[in-house]
Design a binder for this molecule. Structure first.
Ligand code: AMP
Length: 218
């Protein structure tokens, strides 16, 4: 299966992507995770990306497209993949179409997770991420709190607040999303691929996952 997950920052794409990748045994390709890993490893791409990420801006299209092209060419992505956080602009979506066309492949569906702006801000500012394994927690919602404050349940790693999840940067990321990425909803609706899922803060990640599976007819 070849899937794209669309949604504003804080919509829960990362969490749903992990659940989907596990269920359908496909690689979870998150450009945000790739950039964060490159930044931690201090590679040239990481250094370039970090400047944009810290400002809540998008990394330039040519950098992202090159990265995804390399990743999709790997063996594990030949039979299926789940893209999380890519494409984020119409230029990236066109580039993805072209990559797939060249490889004789097609997307099966684009799941968009729709959450109100108020819920997004509340979620993002209370989100904590594990430095070691990337697991995501939320310090406000009971079902998503870590068992011990500041410590990852899974691997014992330290939980931290991403610098791009501070209030001022969140506002900028939402502005950038509305301007550049929201048009992709229409882009994929026009291709008959869009599977919208409405989510809110009163739903658990499992509730949202059930809705995602239903939207996919799985
Ligand atoms: P995410 O973890 O998906 O929220 O991504 C974190 C940050 O990485 C974004 O705010 C952007 O700065 C950068 N980024 C990730 N994916 C892309 C993309 N497809 N295009 C441009 N920038 C991206």
């Amino acid at each position: 299966m070849r899937l794209v997950l669309l949604g504003a920052p804080g919509a829960g794409k990362g969490t749903q992507a992990k659940l989907l990748a596990e269920k359908f045994k496909m690689p979870h390709i998150s450009t945000g995770d790739m950039f964060r890993a490159a930044a931690s490893a201090d590679t040239p791409i990481g250094k370039e990306a970090q400047t944009f990420m810290q400002a809540g801006a998008l990394v330039p299209d040519n950098v992202v497209i090159g990265l995804v092209q390399e990743r999709l060419a790997k063996e594990d992505a030949k039979t299926g993949f789940l893209l999380d956080g890519f494409p984020r602009t119409v230029i990236q979506a066109n580039a993805l179409d072209e990559m797939l066309r060249t490889a004789g492949q097609k997307l099966d569906a684009v799941v968009s997770i729709d959450v109100s702006e108020q819920d997004l801000i509340e979620r993002l500012s209370s989100r904590r991420t594990c430095r070691k394994c990337g697991a995501i927690y939320n310090i406000v919602f009971e079902s998503q709190k870590p068992k011990a404050e500041g410590v990852c349940d899974r691997c014992g790693g330290e939980l931290y607040q991403r610098s791009d999840e501070m209030p001022a940067v969140i506002k900028e990321r939402l502005r950038v999303y509305n301007k550049n990425t929201a048009p992709l909803v229409d882009y994929y609706r026009g291709k008959g691929l869009l599977r919208p899922v409405v989510a809110s803060n009163s739903m658990t990640p499992q509730d949202v996952f059930a809705a995602v599976l239903k939207a996919l007819g799985a």
